[in-house]
Design a protein around this ligand. Structure first.
Ligand code: ZN
Length: 320
């Protein structure tokens, strides 16, 4: 089956009005083939996870994070297999989504040309140019502006077919014997030794056949950046954005990258996840996380978020 990026963009445009966001209504379509080579295509708007919508509300922040899942990230979370996939999005995307798109192994992005004309695209222009596009370039992602009316694609970034980005801290994936508490805790104990002193996350995930895998990720800059040589770029973040990719987010994106589904209740982080990581976990359908050092977090917002989500019984935190 041959996908047309114009048709796939149209699917996003058709649903964008259904977004509950009062200002930024955004939609994305992800399309490609699953691990059995069956074509798939699915579209998502930005959304509030049901539990957050019902018990906390649309107007409140969770820590310093909005309660929404961006459309691009929502599409990745729902996809069966994202490696090599394509993404159509109605608007220029934020740096956080750029990192997620890179982590998920997406190869090509199409942005609707109308997205560049809107007021909020202008407001976010510098983040898009200075961070989102840099992240795509480093990760080897093609980016096109798509004009539906004129059926025209204008390249913003084109990457040679043979390019593969350097990854100095890829997610560790290993086959394990079962999806249960004992196997999970044994794997965590092992990883606490090898990743001593680092922020990292571990989860158990299943493939379609039911085989179980352990996934482990450290906090690391976006794919294509190196911790040792790119310090200059990495440490000059644009306001609220950073080039660092937190480990829970890495695992959430790496599960679909490898065609895996993380098992609820078998998700661990060595310290308290950030507010955004917590919201993303909820958006991905998780209700439990195990934490080694619950009094240690990147910032105070993580504690605020934990209190809000626990009080509303949306995400429960256990101590390892
Ligand atoms: Zn975004």
């Amino acid at each position: 089956m041959n996908f047309s990026s114009f048709d796939e963009m149209q699917k996003a445009v058709v649903i964008v009005g259904s977004s509950l966001h009062p200002l930024n209504k955004i939609a994305a379509t992800i399309f490609g083939t699953d691990k059995e080579r069956h074509p798939y295509s699915l579209s998502k708007t930005n959304f509030w996870p049901e539990a957050i919508k019902k018990t906390i509300g649309l107007d409140k922040k969770i820590g310093n994070s909005s309660g929404t899942i961006h459309a691009e990230t929502a599409a990745i979370l729902a996809a069966p297999y994202t490696y090599g996939a394509s993404l159509c999005v109605t608007d220029p995307f934020c740096p956080n989504c750029a990192k997620n798109i890179a982590e998920a192994g997406i190869r090509t992005i199409y942005i609707d040309h109308k997205g560049f004309n809107k007021d909020f695209a202008e407001r976010r222009g510098t983040h898009f140019t200075n961070m989102s596009m840099q992240i795509c370039e480093r990760a080897g992602i093609n980016v096109y502006e798509l004009n539906r009316k004129e059926k025209k694609l204008s390249p913003i970034i084109e990457i040679p077919e043979s390019f593969t980005p350097p990854e100095d801290s890829p997610v560790e994936i290993e086959r394990v014997s079962g999806a249960n508490e004992d196997v999970f805790r044994a794997l965590i104990a092992l990883k606490l030794e090898t990743h001593k002193g680092r922020k990292f996350a571990v989860a158990l995930a299943k493939n379609k056949r039911g085989d179980i895998f352990g996934l482990t990720a450290r906090a690391h800059p976006a794919i294509g950046y190196r911790m040792d040589t790119d310090i200059e770029e990495i440490t000059h973040p644009e306001g609220k954005y950073s080039f660092m990719q937190e480990p829970v987010n890495r695992l959430l994106m790496n599960a679909p990258r490898h065609g895996l589904k993380i098992v609820n209740g078998l998700f661990f982080c060595s310290q308290l996840p950030t507010a955004r990581e917590q919201v993303n976990m909820v958006g991905a359908g998780f209700s439990e996380v195990l934490v080694r050092n619950i009094s240690q977090a990147r910032d105070d917002w993580a504690f605020h978020a934990m209190k809000q989500l626990m009080k509303a019984e949306i995400l429960m935190f256990g101590e390892y």
